[in-house]
Ligand binder design. Structure first.
Ligand code: E4P
Length: 215
């Protein structure tokens, strides 16, 4: 499974890329607003650091305007993927962008049927918002499993990005469900390395090593 970093924070991106586990990145308007940066410059910097696809979100809501905005975003760098909202006009735009060879990530997906529509329109990626489903008292990962089954049934090549990841369990369940990608916030990415038993083991080894003569 590929790991994307779900952030627009440049220091976090640089640090996680250094760890060697980042395959791409996703941004959204909320994440960009937290940086206080002008988007186009910020996007160019992110695309220069990330060794893989970087999703940049369209804000237009009418198909022709989405296509126009997507074309602009795609000029920023070769690794840009345009994030398009899961609305009817968005999917009309996705079909046109697929014909133009512009990669898309259909975002804010909240049902398996929406993911089926996105795949039929030629989306490169689809992003089911798992954490937000959990907030509604539903099992978010059920949506991912159903999308996976639908895509397998019909041989769609659209890749599933598990989005709205809130905790390491979401990453584990994404991998078990066969998701192509999980897009992970920095705090969750850091937690993936940690286990209290690992700390206990290493402390014991270090303490015992201190007793070894002539080392
Ligand atoms: C994915 O591409 C989105 O940026 C992200 O996961 C949004 O989820 P959230 O707003 O629920 O955190």
């Amino acid at each position: 499974m590929k790991f994307f970093l779900d952030t627009a924070h440049l220091d976090h991106i640089r640090e996680a890329v250094r760890w060697g586990i980042v395959d791409g990145a996703t941004t959204n308007p909320t994440l960009v607003s937290k940086t206080g940066r002008e988007p186009r410059d910020l996007y160019a910097e992110i695309c220069g650091i990330v060794p893989g696809p970087v999703s940049l979100e369209c804000l237009a809501t009418e198909a022709d305007a989405i296509v126009a905005e997507a074309k602009q975003l795609a000029t920023i760098a070769d690794n840009v993927v345009v994030k398009v909202p899961l609305i009817r006009e968005g999917l009309i735009a996705v079909k046109q962008l697929a014909a133009l060879g512009i990669k898309t990530n259909v975002t804010a997906v909240c049902s398996p049927l929406q993911a089926l529509l996105a795949a039929k329109c030629g989306a490169t990626y689809v992003s089911p918002f798992v954490g937000r489903w959990d907030w509604m008292g539903q099992v978010g990962m059920d949506m991912v499993r159903q999308i996976k089954t639908i895509y397998n049934n019909y041989g769609f090549s659209t890749e599933i990005i598990v989005a709205s990841v809130r905790l390491p369990l979401h990453v584990l369940e994404s991998a078990l469900a066969g998701a192509d990608i999980a897009t992970i916030p920095m705090d969750v990415m850091e937690q993936l390395y940690n286990h209290p038993m690992t700390d206990v083991i290493l402390t014991q080894f270090n303490n015992d090593w201190a007793k070894v003569p002539g080392k």
